[in-house]
Design a protein around this ligand. Structure first.
Ligand code: HXC
Length: 515
C-alpha cells in the first residue's frame, strides 16, 4: 500500500501555489527593492527547518473578492525555534493583495497569538501591509480590534516584538504600538496614523513623510520605535538577539548562564575611566563596555533621549537590564523623554524577571520652562513609580553626581534598591555644589576679599560636608563605597546573591502609573 499519487500531487501543488504568494513576478519585485519576501523573512528568523506553519491553505471568505485566490490570506503564521527555543510569529505578505488585513488574515494572527499565550512563548510580528482590506469592510476593522485585544491580553505574559518592514499605516500602527519592542527597517518602511495627503487635506499642513513616518523619525523624534535596522535581514537579526536576553514568558527567569563562582578580579582600567576634574564627563558607554561580558551590550532606543542609556547585557552570565545616565548629553539630566524611556524599560524588565542595574550620574531633573510645561512632574514620576513597583533585583552604582529628586528617581535604597554602591567620586546631595554654596554660604561669599578663591574653598567644604559618599554611607543609605576597579565583581556578586529575590505585595487590580 502506498498513498495515491494524485493525492500527493494535489498536496504538492497546493503547497507550491501557497509558497509563491502573489506570484513569482511580485516576489521578484520585492528583491529588486532590497526586501525579502514574507516567507524568506520567516526562514531568516527561525532555526533551519524548525518553523511549523499553520493556515497555509486558508483563503479569504469574501464574496466581494469573487473567487480570487489570496494564498494564506496574505499572512504566514506559525511557530518554530529560535536558538532552540519556541517562538510564534506572523509575517504579512505584501504580494497578496498588499498584505491587507481581512477577516481570515486577522483570524490567523489571533490564533497564533492565542497559541503563544497558551504555550507561553514570545511573539514576533512582521508587519508589511496596506492596512484594513477595503473589500472586507467592517470585518477588517473588527479583525484589528481582535488583534489589539490580544496584544493587551498577552502584554506582560510573553514578550512581543514587532518588525515594521513595509507600510504600517492608520489604525494598523496600533498593534506594534501595543507590543514591547519595535524594530523598523531604514528603507522601504513607513508608519503613521495619517499620510501627508490626509494631513494636507485636513489641516493645510505640509508634512513630509521623512519628518514623521520613517524609521529615523520614529527612532529619534517620536520615540515610537526601539531599533533601526539597515534592512530586513538586520531586523530579523536584532529580533533574534533581543530574544537571546529574554525569558519565553513571565513565569520563567531570563536565560542566565548562572555561574557557580564569580570572578572577583579587579579591573584597573575602570579606574582610568574616571575623568580628572569634576567638569569632565564620564562616558556611560565606556563604563558599560567594561562592565558587561565581552562588551556585548544590546542598546535599546539608542537615538532617543540620549541622556539615558538603556539596554540588555550579561554580567558574569546573568542577564541584566542596564540604565545609565549619560553626562555627555543634556548633562545626563532626567527630562520628559528620558523618564518615559527609562520607566518603560524598567517595567519591561520587571515584567520579565530581568534584574536591573543602574549606573547613576545624574545632576537632577532637567530645569526649564519647556520641561515644566511639558509635564516633567508627571513624566518624572513615572521613574519613581516604575522603580518603586519593580520587584526584580535592583542594584544601583553611583558613579558621580546624584542630586536631588533624581537621586531617588535613579533608584536609591528608599525606592527598594537591594544594593547601592558608590564610587569615591560620588556626590550625593540635595543639589550641585555651585548652586548650594550660594544658598548656604552666601554671607561668607559676600564678605570675601577674593570671591573666586572663597567659592572654590566653599565648594570643597560643601562636597566634604554635604555631598560625600561617606556621609551617605555613615547614614546607611548605601551599602559600600568601592573602587571603580571593583565595579564588575561587586555587581556580579550582588546579582548572584539576589537571584532568589521574592517579593509579595497586596493584591490589587493595578497601580496608577502617571501616564
Ligand atoms: C485592499 C489593498 C489595500 C487595502 C493595497 N491593496 N492596500 N487591497 N485593501 N487596504 C492592494 C492593491 O489594490 C494592489 O492590488 C496591491 O495591494 C498592491 O498595492 P499597490 O497600491 O499597487 O502597491 P504600492 O504602490 O506599493 O502602494 C502600497 C500602499 C498603497 C502605499 C500600501 O497600496 C495604499 O496606499 N494602500 C491603501 C492604504 C490604506 O489607506 N489602508 C487603509 C488604512 S486605514 P493588486 O491586485 O493590484 O496587486 C486602516 C484602518 C485600520 O488600516 C483601522 C484599525 C483600527
Amino acid at each position: 500500500m502506498a498513498i495515491r499519487k494524485e493525492l500527493m500531487d494535489e498536496l504538492n501543488e497546493r503547497r507550491a501555489a501557497a509558497s509563491v504568494g502573489g506570484g513569482l513576478d511580485k516576489l521578484e519585485k520585492r528583491h529588486q527593492k532590497g526586501q525579502l519576501t514574507a516567507r524568506e523573512r520567516i526562514e531568516e528568523l527561525y532555526d533551519a527547518s524548525s518553523f511549523q506553519e499553520s493556515g497555509m491553505h486558508v483563503n479569504h471568505q469574501t464574496a466581494e473578492l469573487k473567487g480570487k485566490a489570496l494564498p494564506g490570506d496574505g499572512v504566514i503564521t506559525g511557530i518554530g525555534q529560535i536558538d532552540g527555543r519556541p517562538v510564534a510569529a506572523y509575517s504579512q505578505d505584501f504580494t497578496v493583495s498588499g498584505g491587507s488585513l481581512g477577516r481570515m488574515h486577522a483570524q490567523k494572527i489571533c490564533d497564533m497569538m492565542d497559541t503563544a499565550a497558551n504555550l507561553g512563548v514570545p511573539v514576533v510580528a512582521i508587519n508589511d501591509s496596506g492596512g484594513a482590506r477595503i473589500q472586507e469592510a467592517v470585518h477588517s476593522l473588527s479583525g484589528y480590534g481582535q488583534i489589539f485585544y490580544r496584544n493587551v491580553a498577552v502584554s506582560g505574559l510573553v514578550p512581543q516584538i514587532a518588525i515594521i518592514a513595509g507600510p504600517c499605516a492608520g489604525g494598523a500602527a496600533y498593534s506594534p504600538a501595543l507590543m514591547d519592542f519595535l524594530i523598523m527597517t531604514r528603507k522601504n518602511s513607513q508608519m503613521f496614523i495619517t499620510g501627508p495627503d490626509v494631513i494636507k487635506a485636513a489641516t493645510g499642513q505640509e508634512a513630509p513623510i521623512e519628518q514623521y513616518g520613517t524609521a529615523q523619525a520614529h527612532a529619534s523624534v517620536s520615540g515610537n520605535i526601539h531599533f533601526i535596522a539597515e534592512d530586513d535581514k538586520h531586523a530579523l537579526e536584532i529580533a533574534r538577539k533581543l530574544l537571546s536576553f529574554l525569558p519565553l514568558n513571565n513565569m520563567q527567569d531570563p536565560p542566565h548562564n548562572i555561574p557557580t563562582s564569580i570572578a572577583l578580579t579587579k579591573d584597573e582600567g575602570m579606574n582610568d575611566l574616571v575623568p580628572e576634574g569634576t567638569k569632565a564627563a564620564l562616558d556611560a558607554y565606556k563604563v558599560i563596555n567594561r562592565l558587561v561580558d565581552g562588551g556585548d551590550f544590546l542598546e535599546v532606543m539608542r537615538e532617543f533621549a540620549k541622556n539615558l542609556v538603556i539596554g540588555f547585557a550579561r554580567i558574569e552570565g546573568m542577564v541584566v537590564g542596564i540604565l545609565a545616565n549619560q553626562p555627555a548629553y543634556k548633562a545626563g539630566t532626567l527630562d520628559v523623554d528620558s523618564s518615559d524611556k527609562g520607566a518603560r524599560f524598567i517595567r519591561f524588565c520587571n515584567a520579565f524577571n530581568i534584574p536591573i542595574v543602574n549606573l547613576v550620574n545624574v545632576p537632577g531633573f532637567m530645569p526649564g520652562l519647556a520641561q515644566e510645561r511639558a509635564g516633567i512632574i508627571r513624566h518624572g514620576a513615572k521613574m519613581l513609580f516604575a522603580y518603586s513597583s519593580a520587584t526584580v533585583p535592583k542594584i544601583s552604582m553611583i558613579l558621580g553626581k546624584s542630586y536631588g529628586g533624581a537621586y531617588l528617581a535613579m533608584c536609591s535604597k528608599d525606592l527598594g534598591a537591594d544594593f547601592v554602591y558608590a564610587w569615591p567620586t560620588a556626590e550625593i546631595a540635595v543639589m550641585g555644589a555651585e548652586g548650594a554654596v550660594r544658598i548656604i554660604y552666601r554671607k561668607e561669599m559676600e564678605a570675601a576679599e577674593d570671591p573666586k578663591a572663597k567659592e572654590a574653598e566653599l565648594i570643597a567644604r560643601y562636597r566634604d560636608e554635604f555631598a560625600s559618599p561617606y556621609q551617605a554611607a555613615e547614614n546607611n543609605m548605601i551599602n559600600d563605597v568601592i573602587a571603580p576597579s571593583e565595579t564588575r565583581s561587586t555587581i556580579a556578586m550582588a546579582l548572584r546573591l539576589s537571584l532568589t529575590k521574592r517579593v509579595t505585595r497586596p493584591p490589587k487590580k493595578h497601580g496608577l502609573i502617571p501616564l
